[in-house]
Design a protein around this ligand. Structure first.
Ligand code: NAD
Length: 473
């Protein structure tokens, strides 16, 4: 899919990179190396369909950068997959990992299929064969390249991948770290499923807590009572909507493939999800109004717009009609460079994908560390912390002669579970990344937008690590 008449998705990423590179100190050669996709593996393999026919499947894995290893990035199942798209997404992964201080290079995979057109058994065969092809070419492994879920894939596909890998590499002690986003029973980490949506929420909340930014946008500080529109009710969109709603925002519209619905009093994503499951469509949700086209939702009056479906949905054509004050790019590449220019003119703040949707890769990093350490987070300290807290509470009570209430007692006593530590690590990561990018943006009045500031941050980190490695012969 091209971003507009002249530029492909990868070229759009390159253009954003070039724009930001002028604000860095690196020589041309280093910038070229940071930009280049190091390895592109295009493959074709046959599978036998349930009706007995043979189909040749087109698939990709791109390793954009090995300045840190392993490479990391999701696998997408979509009939829009092509080499340019996978290269663009792999590049974004390099920059994303750098911005959130996750020590990986960027990678991405794609299989050109619409998963709805295949049975579960066929999908399993495709996923396992794809994994076997990656193993054959040394394109997967805990120290080489670690895939994860993306559009059209989830924990189920990741469990097929780890199982195939382990059967081909018996006895490899860290093999569970060959892929992330696994079910918890297969070596996954608690908190991964909701990670990207929660990261989107933490990132936007941090922006909304910055008084200078809110003043410029004419908005009140905080996410409470903000109106939110979400496009895409998949993993990322669903969880983004959930955390905004749970924290007092109003999700006034939701858009899916088949259409969009709106309710100014707020929508509950779980109820909409169940309605869609039961009826096959989000349309005709009780109490909500149907919008004629699903893209109409993007043009609604709201404080925060969250595109969480696919790339290039806001472009030079429809950007002038966007009325949101803040756009949170939960999907990868939802806004084109032309749209960015319109946002700058209109004073819309676009919070860029590259860091905003980094929650998935951040928690993937935690999962990978768990796999390498072979121990569940919280196992060592949970009881210790609870015993210590209990002791402190008893001391406080005996010194003051007063009793702490039951609710407060439970809160203070609680030792961290795995999910608490994962959420807390994610919150810290997103807050730090938001502040780093804002500091860069504030330090140079010529940097036009937050995306450019994020790229500057990424280029500085990747470029410095190339410099430190001194790797060029
Ligand atoms: P998903 O497959 O779970 O959900 C995507 C949803 O978008 C689906 O429900 C689909 O029907 C809907 N959709 C497709 N086209 C649409 C349209 N034109 N209008 C409205 N809805 C539409 O995928 P996901 O994992 O939620 O990924 C969504 C985006 O987020 C992708 O760009 C992906 O690269 C990005 N992302 C995902 C993760 C992750 O952890 N899953 C991490 C980072 C970035």
């Amino acid at each position: 899919m091209s971003s507009d008449k002249t530029y492909s998705f990868f070229q759009s990423v390159e253009r954003s990179f070039d724009k930001a590179a002028t604000f860095t100190k690196f020589e041309k050669g280093i910038l070229e190396q940071i930009k280049a996709c190091n390895s592109v593996y295009q493959m074709r393999f046959p599978i036998k369909r349930d009706d007995g026919s043979i189909e040749v499947i087109e698939a990709y894995r791109v390793q954009h950068s090995q300045h840190k290893t392993p490479c990391k990035g999701g696998i997408r199942f979509s009939d829009e997959v092509n080499q340019d798209e996978v290269m663009a997404l792999a590049s974004l992964m390099t920059y994303k990992c750098a911005i959130v201080n996750v020590p990986f290079g960027g990678g991405k995979g794609g299989i050109k299929i619409n998963p709805r057109n295949y049975s579960v058994y066929e999908l399993e065969k495709i996923t396992r064969r794809y994994t076997a092809e990656l193993v054959k070419k040394n394109f997967i492994g805990p120290g080489i390249d670690v895939p994860a879920p993306d559009y059209g894939t989830g924990a189920r596909e990741m469990s097929w991948i780890v199982d195939t890998y382990q059967s081909l590499k018996p006895g490899e002690i860290d093999s569970a770290g060959c892929v992330t986003g696994k079910p918890v029973t297969q070596g996954g980490v608690r908190g991964r499923t909701e990670a990207t949506g929660l990261g989107v929420f933490f990132g936007i909340r941090e922006v909304c807590n910055m008084p200078a930014v809110m003043e410029k946008l004419g908005l009140q500080i905080g996410v409470k009572d903000k109106t939110v529109v979400v496009q895409g009710l998949g993993n990322v969109g669903y969880h983004s909507a959930k955390f905004f709603r749970e924290n007092g925002s109003k999700v006034i519209a939701l858009a899916e493939f088949e259409g969009a619905i709106m309710n100014p009093d707020g929508l509950n994503e779980e109820q909409v999800f169940q309605h869609r499951k039961a009826t096959g469509s989000i349309l005709n949700f009780p109490g909500a109004t149907n919008l004629e086209k699903n893209t109409d939702a993007l043009e609604l009056e709201c404080d925060i717009l969250i595109p969480a479906a696919l790339e290039n949905v806001i472009n030079g054509e429809n950007a002038p009609r966007v009325k949101a004050k803040i756009i949170g790019e939960a999907a990868n590449g939802p806004c084109t460079p032309e749209a960015d220019e319109v946002f700058v003119q209109k004073g819309i703040l676009c919070v860029p994908d590259m860091y905003l949707n980094a929650g998935g890769v951040t928690v993937s990093y935690f999962e990978w560390l768990k796999n390498l350490s072979h121990v569940r987070y919280g196992r060592m300290e949970k009881r210790f912390t609870e015993n210590l807290n209990s002791h402190i509470l008893s001391q406080m009570e005996s010194l003051t002669g007063k009793q702490v209430g039951a609710g407060e007692r439970a809160f203070i006593m609680h030792g961290p579970e795995e999910v608490d530590l994962v959420h807390s690590g994610l919150e810290e990561t997103m807050i730090t990344a938001t502040r780093e990018i804002m500091d860069i943006w504030n330090s140079n009045p010529n940097i036009p937008d937050m995306r450019t500031a994020a790229y500057v941050n990424a280029i500085n980190k990747v470029g410095t690590s190339y410099g430190e490695l001194g790797i060029f012969p």
